[in-house]
Design a protein around this ligand. Structure first.
Ligand SMILES: C[S@@+](CC[C@H](N)C(=O)[O-])C[C@H]1O[C@@H](n2cnc3c(N)ncnc32)[C@H](O)[C@@H]1O
Length: 724
């Protein structure tokens, strides 16, 4: 046994400081030093530093920049999901949501009915009109009663994953990366996951009914933030996705099976949305005005460089990596890129990407900057840096000559998005292409393999804390012969249904020839999270994800993968002990046989979804004749309910009982589907302001009653004592 902790010589300096503070009675630091409203939106060092670096072209532009930095950020959102259902929702948003928006904004501003209100603005650079900006801040929406329906809409559609409330500039890196369905994608610093969600959507965007052959691996060093990532991406229900937890700067070399041979796993697309000082988010995080200083940027440069370098090593030749930050500081942006490009000696090249974002306003990447110390002394060359500052200001932070910056390194091809250019946050993004193996990879490969299949250089040694965090339940894949699978297969006809539909819940009408694309259901792609005992939840993933997990489980900590597809639910007289889980429906739906599918009429689906009392599901005899007819050949138990809306097929999980039919959908999905079906949502609309007022009234009445009772009791006591 070792010495007790307090007797060891080595003490954790942070714990010691905390103890000392406690002893001195010092208050723990508040999360924010000042209440939000009273934060002074000024920081002299910030202004001096960025003015010196000339991030704006003129004094007039600088004034505009600062003025925008001090304004609240407008709310933006994206419509997500597969093309068919996203178009359906867009149509609805343009009709109902905008109408309600204009009405509510007029009410909020006390304007009369004829007043003109700007409708929401489409972000023109985002494809297919799928991203929108409202001239309201998050605070406006949360705190204003007239906007409660809009708030409810945003919450319910976000919770069910059909829209994503995401800052406009944060939508840019995944667009620039250009992910396609066959790509192997790595998101190196992924939490909380708004960009990961976009990458997954791109992977599925052109699936046209087939499951993508590529995958997205999302990593974050912070164990807790990995769970935020799981939560954020869960709504997309992608079987081609996994979450890992590790330090990206030492991300391990991995393997996968390529054409039957175990090979090094290199990625086609890598996103490095690195940790940064975040001063581009000042409009959203006003407390940064208080805290901003130059030390953060200098401290982060090294980590940012190491993450990008590792990303480039893990990239396939011909592959692309996006480097992005929400910082305006050239030390965290152009300097990091220049640092690596210099070492890559032509193996990496910054490529033009503005063509992917037509109409986006931006400034070109900086080609000259001057690193500075915390006291704002600026240096033109490393030779000028005094010895005492040389651990902070590093040679790799200095710019190349002005000619090289443009002609050799193309730093001007980077995009700087400044807040005043289109009323957004500040952002930096660059797209790089790997044209050949990196010089140090070629050395590793020398004499062993051709440059095309260069093995991955091993990462720098890991620190001891690398594998820390909670222990995850195991990932236990089904074997080819698996009792549970036989039962699932028999009941849901998984090997007979084959590919009848498409990947996401909202299915375009299947074309008859799609059957020819069919692939058999692979039982080994099902897994559970327990080694012993009864299998409870059964998850589904694609073959490539299973392969990667099996080959690399010991190299990297895997947090999550697979979509819950079947749930144990033993019911008397029903042969299969599992029901379908709505999360996995999109993935397994194409395989489910016709005997477990029911086409229901629109009116009936509205009735099923509107039933909020689980003890009283609609009687089958109350449904339309067509629906009743379609139910005739379906045995009791879990089934898929299908319904056509325009030319889009909606699918949801249902349960046929002896006399009744029910839909198994959570509240937010119910609201979403009712919206698309044109059903009545009023019973789900909550006005939190009204609820609060009602609760206050009840509390007041209770208080009056209590006071009255106390007065009565007192009067009685007085009366009694008088009587005595
Ligand atoms: C700017 S945020 C990423 C935002 C995210 N891409 C999104 O769009 O939601 C940076 C993330 O990097 C993570 N991080 C910091 N150092 C890291 C490292 N060495 N390896 C991996 N992730 C790291 C942080 O935990 C943080 O979640």
């Amino acid at each position: 046994m070792g010495k007790p902790k307090h007797m060891t010589n080595k003490q954790n300096p942070f714990a010691k400081k905390k103890r000392n503070n406690k002893e001195k009675g010092a208050e723990p630091p508040a999360r924010r030093d000042k209440p939000y409203e009273s934060i002074v939106l000024e920081n002299e060092s910030f202004e001096t530093y960025y003015k010196h670096q000339q991030i704006c072209g003129s004094d007039a532009e600088w004034d505009q920049f600062l003025a925008h930095m001090r304004r609240n950020l407008p709310v933006t959102f994206r419509i997500t999901g597969s093309k068919a259902q996203a178009s359906l929702l867009l149509k609805l948003i343009k009709q109902d949501f905008f109408e309600e928006y204009i009405r509510a904004v007029k009410e909020l501003r006390n304007e009369d009915a004829d007043a003109l209100v700007e409708p929401p603005q489409c972000l023109a650079w985002y494809p297919r009109e799928m991203a929108w900006q409202l001239e309201l801040s998050r605070k406006d929406i949360r705190r204003s009663e007239p906007l409660f329906k809009l708030h409810n809409f945003l919450i319910s559609e976000t919770s069910s994953g059909y829209i994503s409330r995401q800052e406009a500039v944060s939508m840019i890196p995944p667009l620039v990366l250009g992910v396609e369905s066959h790509h192997k994608v790595l998101d190196m610093c992924a939490a909380p996951g708004s960009k990961t969600a976009q990458l997954i959507e791109s992977l599925h965007a052109n699936d046209g009914g087939t499951t993508p052959s590529g995958f997205v691996m999302a990593n974050d060093v912070d164990n807790n933030r990995c769970y935020m990532l799981v939560h954020q991406t869960k709504r997309l229900n992608s079987p081609c996705f996994l979450v890992t937890n590790g330090d990206s700067s030492t991300f391990p070399a991995m393997q996968y099976t390529k054409d039957g041979t175990v090979s090094p796993l290199k990625f086609d697309r890598v996103l490095c949305d690195v940790p940064c000082s975040g001063d581009g988010t000042l409009r959203k995080n006003a407390d940064i005005w208080n805290k901003w200083n130059l030390a953060q940027a200098s401290n982060l440069h090294g980590l940012q460089y190491r993450i990008l370098k590792r990303g480039a090593e893990l990239l396939e030749v011909g592959g692309r990596v996006v480097y992005s930050t929400c910082s305006l500081n050239p030390i965290e942006n152009e300097a990091v890129l220049h640092h690596l490009l210099q070492e890559a000696d032509g193996a990496l090249e910054i490529v033009e990407c503005s063509d992917k974002l037509p109409t986006l306003k931006y400034s070109n990447g900086m080609t000259y900057w001057e690193p500075a110390s915390k006291d704002l002394t600026f240096y033109k060359t490393f030779d000028d840096v005094p010895e005492s500052q040389r651990t902070v200001i590093r040679p790799g932070m200095f710019p190349p000559s002005k000619e090289e910056a443009v002609d050799k390194y193309h730093l001007d091809r980077c995009l700087r998005i400044l807040p005043h250019q289109q009323n957004t946050g500040g952002f930096f993004v660059a797209l790089l292409q790997k044209t050949k193996p990196l010089p140090w990879e070629a050395v590793v490969a020398d004499g062993q393999e051709t440059p095309d299949s260069t093995p991955i250089v091993e990462p720098p040694p890991k620190k001891a804390k690398y594998m820390r965090g909670f222990k995850e339940d195991p990932f236990v894949f089904f074997e080819e012969k698996e009792e549970v699978f036989d039962s699932l297969n028999q009941f849901f006809q998984l090997r007979e249904g084959k590919r009848l539909g498409a990947g996401f819940v909202f299915l375009p009408t299947p074309k008859p020839d799609r059957r020819s694309l069919s692939t058999d259901f692979e039982p080994r792609n099902l897994l559970t999270r327990c080694k012993v005992g009864k299998k409870k939840n059964v998850y589904f993933c694609t073959s490539v994800v299973r392969d990667i997990v099996k080959l690399n489980e010991k190299r990297i900590k895997i947090i999550n993968l697979g979509v819950k597809s079947f749930v144990r639910c033993a019911t008397r007289n029903i042969e299969c002990d599992f029901r379908l889980a709505s999360e996995g429906l999109a993935s397994v739906n194409p395989y489910i046989g016709s005997q477990r599918r029911v086409m229901v009429q629109r009116k009936d689906l509205i009735e099923l979804l509107s039933c909020t009392d689980p003890t009283k599901p609609p009687e089958i005899s109350s449904l339309c004749a067509e629906t009743q007819q379609n139910l005739k050949n379906v045995a009791s138990g879990s089934c898929v309910l299908e319904c056509m809306v325009d030319d889009v097929k909606l699918a949801t999980v249902g349960w046929k009982g002896a006399m009744s039919l029910r839909a198994y959908v959570d509240q937010y999905d119910t609201m979403h589907m009712l919206r698309l079906l044109g059903g009545d949502l009023s019973k789900f609309e909550k006005n939190k302001f009204q609820d609060k007022r009602a609760a206050e009234e009840v509390a007041e009445e209770d208080e009056l009653d209590e006071n009255g009772a106390a007065a009565d009791a007192k009067a009685t006591t007085v009366q009694e004592s008088n009587d005595n």
